[in-house]
Write a protein that binds this ligand. Structure first.
Ligand code: F6R
Length: 242
């Protein structure tokens, strides 16, 4: 595991965008695993700027998003589909059919998970999986539990996750209670994992995840088992590593 302690969030965004750019330069048909939430917004902003200058092309790239809320239509501004359109896809040359996001409006959610797992199996391996970190140690929406699920599944969001994400909604009541998420097994299959963590409020959990016991109580601790993880921390999140 490579842990890079950077000065500030801007440095983290630049470094994250650089890693994605070099992945796609070396392998134009790379498969990228994408996260949403507050953390990667700055990385996507840099990618969009670079794409506009012709420094990165997504024509042959395939993407798989980690997760999607259940019950939010794709045009709901807080659906992860809408987030990805807003922050990345609408501004780069990726063909729509190469974008994969679980459909949280599917009438048969289990069938939708099975479909997503089949698509993941078809590509074989994600080249670079981008992850943020939940305050409770979740990755994707794999919440702390006594056991974890390997493949894409339906998950009930923990109250703390709904609270954390309420900042994007008018009120907590509007935050969906369930989501579809790639499983920890699917995440760990990626060739390289980029974990991005910012802010003082994540200093304890990122330290625990990367240096504490490997336990399903902290799903991100399983990243310790992966042979190729790059972690980007700003100074506030990395306080305990300094
Ligand atoms: C988002 C995702 C989540 C977030 C995590 C951190 O697709 O899978 O695991 O990465 O909840 O969220 P932010 O970045 O908003 O702090």
């Amino acid at each position: 595991m490579i842990i890079q302690l950077l000065q500030n969030a801007e440095q983290v965004d630049l470094a994250g965008a650089e890693l994605i750019k070099s992945t796609v330069r070396f392998k134009p048909n790379a498969v990228l695993g994408l996260a949403t939430g507050g953390t990667p917004v700055g990385i996507y902003k840099h990618l969009v700027q670079d794409a506009k200058q012709g420094l990165i092309h997504f024509k042959q790239v395939t993407t798989f998003n980690l997760d999607e809320y259940v019950g939010l239509p794709s045009d709901h501004p807080e659906s992860y589909r809408a987030y990805m359109e807003k922050h990345l896809f609408a501004h780069v040359d990726i063909p729509a059919e190469q974008v994969n996001i679980p459909d949280g409006m599917a009438t048969d959610l289990q069938a939708e998970c099975d479909r997503y797992n089949r698509l993941l199996a078809q590509v074989g391996q994600i080249d670079l999986q981008i992850l943020g970190l939940g305050h409770n140690g979740h990755i994707g929406f794999n919440e702390p539990a006594s056991s974890l699920t390997s493949e894409t599944h339906i998950v009930e969001l923990k109250e703390e996750t709904r609270q954390a994400n309420a900042r994007f909604f008018a009120s907590i009541d509007e935050v969906p209670t369930h989501a579809l998420t790639m499983g920890v097994g699917s995440i760990l299959k990626a060739k390289t994992i980029l974990l991005v963590v910012k802010g003082a409020d994540k200093a304890d959990i990122v330290h625990r995840a990367l240096t504490g016991p490997i336990t399903t109580d902290c799903p991100a601790s399983l990243l310790q088992l992966h042979p190729h993880v790059i972690v980007l921390l700003d100074a506030a999140a990395g306080r305990k590593f300094a």
